[in-house]
Ligand binder design. Structure first.
Ligand code: FE
Length: 349
């Protein structure tokens, strides 16, 4: 009974895997210039969308001849797939977003620790796993977006202040079920302590103008539609909104500038524990952290390069400078479970 129950999901996973490979996820298809059978092939599982990573995969192949096969999916299914495949996994690398996902993959022992002076030189320690199992490759800030026709920036100060009664009926939030706000609340637990963080989240819930939205775009649309005046979003969603609608009466505000700074998070990657090409995968990860690749890796999604030697794009810089929380982003992953429980207790769904 137990075996047959186990067998079918595993069979499904492996057949899906086979289908994915047979259906041609090879980024090098049709590009035979550098592809010789002598060159190694690395396999990447990525939860970053194809259009964000494919140009970099192609550039790397053009420069080195190393071929890159990839599968894209949501972070959760990719992590479960790696876990189910175990030693049999074809994946050499996992690229994903949010430290919550990177931390989960590391805690499930799906990455191998890397010895890489290159990564240590290119990526600040606060954006890397303290045990060297993953490295951040781009930075996104999770900050306040407000209606410029209804809010004076002087009314804003910190994430915590959005719990004040002056924001009653004026706040919109994305659901707590998604990793971004889990990481934000985890960072607040780390900085403020459990009790204070819970008080703040309760205040947010009391101030909500509407039920939480499924994503950051919907929360910003609600602000633009006048349902609420302020929300909390990842910067690149604001960038997309402004690109589509430059006249949108919305701006970003950088909170907590007098104390810990704005909550930042990363997209990042690690070499899988059972990589068949661990050295090639590490070299590719190091290349992604280089000045050569970082500008494009960040700019393509309007993020900040993780390598401080590389400037953000002019558009991203136009949103203004800010002090970022210097906490190691790993803490947000480590405290994610606590954050989820806290949000449940506070009635934030
Ligand atoms: Fe996102």
């Amino acid at each position: 009974m137990r075996l047959s129950l186990l067998r079918s999901p595993l069979a499904l996973i492996f057949s899906l895997l086979l289908t994915a490979f047979l259906s041609g996820c090879d980024s090098n298809q049709g590009d035979s210039a550098n592809a010789t059978s002598k060159q190694p092939t690395i396999t990447v599982y990525t939860s970053r969308n194809e259009h964000l990573v494919k140009p970099l995969f192609e550039q790397y192949t053009a420069e080195t001849g190393v071929k890159i096969r990839y599968i894209t999916d949501e972070a959760g299914p990719l992590i479960q797939r790696l876990k189910a495949e175990g030693e049999a996994t074809p994946a050499d690398m996992l690229i994903t977003v949010d430290v919550g996902n990177l931390w989960l993959a590391a805690s499930l022992d799906l990455f191998q620790p890397l010895q890489s002076p290159v990564l240590e030189a290119n990526i600040p320690a606060t954006l890397r796993d303290p045990e060297n199992r993953w490295a951040g490759l781009s930075v996104r800030a999770r900050t306040i977006a407000y209606a410029t026709d209804r809010v004076e920036p002087a009314e804003l100060s910190t994430y915590e202040a959005l719990a004040d009664s002056s924001w009653n009926g004026r706040l919109c939030l994305r659901t707590s079920k998604k990793v971004y706000n889990q990481s934000l609340v985890a960072s607040m637990i780390q900085s403020l302590g459990q009790a204070k963080a819970e008080q703040v989240v309760q205040g947010w819930v009391e101030n909500l103008a509407t039920a939480p939205y499924s994503n950051d775009n919907a929360a910003m649309e609600a602000v633009l539609a006048g349902q609420c005046d302020v929300t909390i979003v990842n910067t690149y969603y604001y960038g997309r909104l402004k690109k589509a609608n430059p006249a949108a009466k919305m701006a970003l505000f950088w909170p907590n500038q007098a104390d810990r700074g704005v909550h930042i998070n990363v997209s990042g990657a690690g070499v899988t524990k059972y990589a068949k090409q661990p050295q090639e995968a590490q070299k590719f990860l190091e290349w992604l952290s280089s000045t050569e690749a970082q500008g494009q890796f960040a700019e393509i999604n309007q993020e900040y390069p993780a390598n401080p030697a590389v400037p953000a794009s002019a558009e991203v810089r136009s949103w203004g400078d800010f002090k970022a929380d210097a906490l190691n982003v790993e803490a947000a992953g480590r405290l994610q479970g606590e954050a989820v429980k806290l949000m449940d207790r506070a009635g934030y769904f």
